[in-house]
Design a protein around this ligand. Structure first.
Ligand code: SAM
Length: 245
């Protein structure tokens, strides 16, 4: 296959059979499900999954890789050549999403996934550092906007470490697999997302500085002296409901 590797698209392909088997096992494919894959690349995960699910819709930014997969003529594989960030899915039912995410755009992809309620379970490979950040608790140096957003809307599980040695080309850092299961929530995503963004705007400043124009006086008095990194997810949800304008 003579398709150039595009580093700018975060192309690090899995080349180890054992790892692929491990990933498929974690995904635990169901024969009647329609699954979404982000960045199928050369089909390392796609191909072994195809026999185990009803169908796969794969979203790939690289036109050459898209054509390469289309040429496999698999009746239950649909490959769409589009940037995942521009993709507006038309299905209405809930679906699972999988993917070995391109590193350069992992965080925006995760935010898009968390926001869309149709994605009820998300199993992704990503940089280990980002995985750790998603799972960090308050008081930890890795606790961030990403931790709060992910943990507010999903149950998160750290599935396994993935060594950088199983990729071609080999990236500089190790990876991990994280799974997210959507929680029931009636929060307004956009509004809550704004709240958390403001709260973490200046990590070291007190909440009264970051949120002074956005929450009630009562809120400022109750937790204004604290810092964003020391406030738990439960407290964020509670204070959002009580004090955010
Ligand atoms: N799934 C393959 C594997 O595990 O070997 C490839 C994974 S590689 C880390 C990331 C894949 O995502 C590449 O195929 C890349 O072209 C594709 N990609 C990069 N940016 C994308 C985007 N914004 N939307 C959709 N696909 C993207």
């Amino acid at each position: 296959m003579d398709i150039p590797i595009r580093k700018s698209w975060g192309q690090n392909f899995i080349i180890d059979k054992n790892t692929i088997n491990k990933i498929v096992k974690i995904i635990n494919p169901q024969i009647d499900e329609e699954i979404i894959e982000i960045g199928p690349g050369r089909g390392a995960i796609t191909m072994p999954l195809l026999d185990k699910v009803q169908s796969i819709v794969a979203i790939e930014i690289d036109p050459l890789l898209t054509q390469y997969l289309k040429d496999k003529n698999k009746s239950n594989l649909i490959v769409e050549n589009i940037d995942f960030m521009d993709w507006s899915p038309s299905f209405k039912n809930k679906r699972r999403v999988i993917g070995n995410l391109p590193y350069y755009i992992s965080s925006p992809i995760i935010f898009k996934l968390i926001k869309d309620e149709r994605f009820n379970e998300i199993i992704i490979m990503l940089q280990k550092e980002l995985g750790i950040r998603m799972l960090a608790n308050e008081g930890n140096k890795d606790y961030s906007r990403m931790s709060v957003m992910a943990q507010t809307f999903c149950e998160i599980k750290y599935e396994t470490d993935i060594s950088k040695n199983i990729f071609n080309p080999k990236p500089n850092v190790d990876s991990c697999i994280i799974s997210l299961k959507r929680k029931k929530s009636d929060l307004d995503f956009e509004k809550y997302s704004k709240y958390i963004r403001y709260a973490f705007q200046h990590k070291r400043k007190k909440i009264k500085n970051n949120l002074k124009n956005y929450i009630s006086q009562e809120g400022l008095e109750k937790f204004g002296e604290r810092r964003a990194q020391d406030i738990s997810v439960e407290e964020y949800i509670e204070t959002f409901n009580k004090y955010f304008f």
